[in-house]
Design a protein around this ligand. Structure first.
Ligand SMILES: Cc1cc2nc3c(=O)[nH]c(=O)nc-3n(C[C@H](O)[C@H](O)[C@H](O)COP(=O)(O)O)c2cc1C
Length: 304
């Protein structure tokens, strides 16, 4: 039996449902000697903004029990810097490219980014990062259903590319925010971004990262992420890209069973750069062993 791993996200068909999460795989080129990048279902690039950003003060990361805290602050070369400096190499890799974008609350900046990316053939999809906890802002767009609706709707008007909206777990009801994204025309949602957290060194009496508060990721967040995928799955019809603490095939399978159509590896890429490729093989083996012909039969297929 040859299991069928193809999935559709908007107008995009992926040969398999395994991606790498934004910000944890650079611009992919950095990983080319560490794994066969062609195997990936899709590549999601580090979030870019209209203007270049230097990011936050160092230290920006620290280890935590079963995870890490980061506050990179969206360091990136800006839209044009990305297009001239990073995209040429990315275009040659093969898997569909999902370009992650972010902006201040003003929908116009998101529109400018999306409009420009819409003109580039090799851009398969746009991921709206409205959930980064590491930039100075009182409230994230994705912490409010109305703001989410407004931003997604504005971007939807200027691009025909597959549109993915990345959601924050730092909310009371993630399903409500996902529903707003769906109603505004998003083709899919991805979740979760990091959970806000803080870590302190008692000897120095200082926070372990310069910005005090950062985003928690890694296996520690997985049960929260799986729960949020499950809650979202019950509320919306568009596909969910699940992430948060995936480190191997079995942790990826949790997400499919909770309702994700595709998954992404994040923090695990730093520990094992080949993890996404290993999960693709592992999912195939699981499907053969359990006589599952099509990956769609696993999505939301919990025995309750
Ligand atoms: C160092 C680091 C940088 C990240 N940068 C971004 C980013 O630029 N854009 C984004 O949408 N998410 C970013 N994330 C969040 C991840 O894409 C992912 O949503 C989150 O880490 C949960 O998955 P994980 O537990 O598998 O890492 C970053 C995460 C880490 C650890």
């Amino acid at each position: 039996m040859r299991p069928d791993l193809r999935v559709n996200i908007g107008s995009l068909e992926l040969k398999n449902p395994v991606m790498v999460a934004s910000g944890t795989f650079g611009y992919a080129e950095e990983f080319k000697d560490l794994m066969d990048l062609k195997k990936l279902g899709a590549i999601v690039t580090k979030t870019i903004t209209l203007k270049p950003r230097l990011g936050n003060l160092m230290p920006r990361t620290c280890e935590t029990p079963a995870g890490m805290l980061n506050s990179i602050g969206l360091e990136n070369p800006g839209l044009e810097g990305f297009i001239s400096g990073k995209l040429p190499a990315l275009k040659k890799i093969g898997p569909p490219l999902v370009i992650s974008i972010s902006a201040e609350d003003d929908p116009k900046e998101f529109m400018t980014l999306a409009r420009r990316l819409d003109t580039i053939k090799e851009v398969a999809a746009i991921e709206l990062n409205i959930s980064c906890p590491n930039i100075q802002r009182s409230r994230l767009v994705s912490q409010d259903a109305h703001s989410t609706y407004e931003v997604v709707k504005a971007v939807r008007k200027v691009t025909k590319k597959t549109l993915i909206t990345k959601l924050s777990p730092n909310v009371t009801d993630i399903g409500e925010i996902a529903l707003a994204a769906e109603r505004a025309g998003s083709d899919a949602v991805s979740l979760i971004n990091t959970i806000t957290g803080m870590s302190i060194d008692p000897d120095k009496r200082r926070p372990k990262i310069a910005s005090c508060v950062g985003g928690l990721s890694g296996p520690a967040v997985r049960p929260v992420a799986v729960r949020m995928v499950w809650e979202t799955y019950k509320k919306i019809k568009i596909p969910i890209i699940g992430m948060g603490g995936i480190i191997d095939t079995y942790s990826a399978l949790e997400f499919f069973l909770a309702g994700a159509t595709a998954i992404a590896t994040g923090t695990a890429n730093f520990v094992n750069p080949k993890v996404a490729a290993e999960i693709i093989v592992g999912i195939k083996e699981y499907m053969v062993k359990n006589k599952i012909k099509n990956i769609s039969h696993l999505i939301g297929a919990l025995n309750l």
